[in-house]
Design a protein around this ligand. Structure first.
Ligand SMILES: *Cc1c(COP(=O)(O)O)cnc(C)c1O
Length: 389
């Protein structure tokens, strides 16, 4: 079986983990935690990074710091992994679901239209007319390592005074090379950026995450919240409600080793993508999806769009194709089911969803691990070409 995505520990992981264990520093303090935070901040060119237990935790901390309150609205994509949305509910806030564009990331035109047509500015606050709720923030997901149109999104956010949380959990190392944000890394443009080191991400700590923020005070406060909000370590003084969200030193030891490999991994993701692209160029009824112009993506996950016409039958067809590929020893998966259709979110406001449904019915992800061989890729492509669309 060629798996969809598996972690790759070919560097100093074992050495650093054993070192952490031998030192006896296995919990949430220790030199690897500091080192991982410093190296990550350096890599991202961010003032400071705070590592934590998961990408979901990183998003939760960002929403708290953004001042999202009970009953507030937060604009989120519907085509994404549900962890990008659940933290909105942890805040007792209400998601508003937005469509995607052809990059699979949030549609900026619709975002702007929602803010102008469905909402009114009241002083410095954007109010959703129908519900009277305050729209407080946007969660933008850089899907599969592709980059969202941050230039457009930041313009909307500035105009309507919205906080921007970048879900960069899939996009560590992706950057803009053209336009206003040329040279900027995913996660470092909005007010907050969240990263994940879950097992399937481009680098992993088993489970883990990180947050960066544009504002240096903000990131210090996030660190404080992530460690039980201790105002006095010795006398146990706490002036706020904190969380037990710190990463452990053992996880960070893996993280430091993985970060050393990140450039190599991105190089392989790019080469494998190029090979897939070449081999799939003449495939009938399908195409490898592109990454946004003007960006240098980490090419974390590869998406194949199947040309399934009849929209009613598309989803059933997708299922049978995935099953056929599985029988051929190729693990693939459909892109996510739309979040606004999931049971906990069916009553929420959504806006003009079209492209997200289209792609949700037609896109599969194909094997993309950093240890794929050229033969593996040839095998995946042969199996794909065998399925009739
Ligand atoms: C992986 C992922 C998350 C959550 O990260 P965890 O570390 O698994 O909590 C959030 N959003 C998206 C888009 C993801 O892919």
């Amino acid at each position: 079986m060629i798996p969809l995505s598996v972690p790759n520990f070919e560097g100093n992981e074992e050495k650093y983990v054993l070192d952490a264990v031998h030192q006896g520093w296995v919990s949430t303090a220790g030199s690897y935690v500091n080192r991982f935070e410093e190296r990550l901040a350096d890599y991202l060119n961010a003032p400071q990074a705070v590592v934590c237990q998961s990408g979901t935790g990183a998003l939760h901390l960002s929403l708290i710091e953004a001042g999202v309150g009970q009953g507030d609205m937060v604009i989120v994509p519907t085509l994404t992994f549900i962890a990008a949305v659940n933290p909105v509910r942890y805040m007792l806030a209400e998601p508003v679901f937005m469509d995607c564009d052809d990059s699979l990331c949030m549609d900026t035109v619709k975002l702007e239209r929602f803010c102008t047509e469905e909402c009114d500015m009241n002083g410095n606050v954007l109010i959703h007319k129908k519900t009277g709720r305050t729209v407080r923030a946007i969660v933008v997901v850089h899907v599969f390592g592709n980059l969202a149109d941050m230039e457009g999104i930041m313009q909307v956010a500035d105009r309507f005074k919205l906080k921007v949380i970048e879900d960069a959990t899939e996009a560590l190392g992706s950057k803009y090379i053209k336009g206003k944000y040329a040279g900027k890394m995913a996660g470092t443009i909005g007010d907050y950026g969240a990263f994940s080191f879950n097992g399937n991400k481009i680098i992993t700590t088993g489970g883990g995450g990180a947050v960066v923020a544009r504002n240096e005070q903000s990131i210090k406060h996030i660190k404080y919240l992530s460690a039980q909000a201790k105002d006095d370590e010795l006398f146990y003084v706490h002036n706020e409600i904190g969380y037990n969200y710190r990463m452990t030193n053992v996880q960070a030891a893996i993280g430091v080793a993985q970060l050393e490999l990140l450039s190599e991994f991105i190089g392989r993701k790019k080469r494998n993508y190029d090979l897939y692209k070449k081999l799939l160029a003449n495939a009938e009824g399908m195409g490898l999806m592109q990454f946004r112009e003007g960006t240098d993506s980490n090419k974390w996950f590869y998406a194949v769009e199947l040309n399934l016409c009849d929209s009613n039958a598309a989803s059933a067809k997708l299922r049978s194709i995935i099953e056929k590929l599985r029988q051929d020893g190729i693990q693939t998966r459909p892109i996510w089911g739309l979040i606004h259709k999931q049971l906990p979110y069916r009553e929420c406001v959504f806006y003009n969803i079209e492209r997200a449904q289209y792609y949700s019915d037609r896109v599969i992800n194909i094997p993309c691990s950093t240890n794929l061989t050229e033969d593996d890729i040839g095998e995946v492509v042969a199996a794909l070409k065998k399925v009739s669309i």
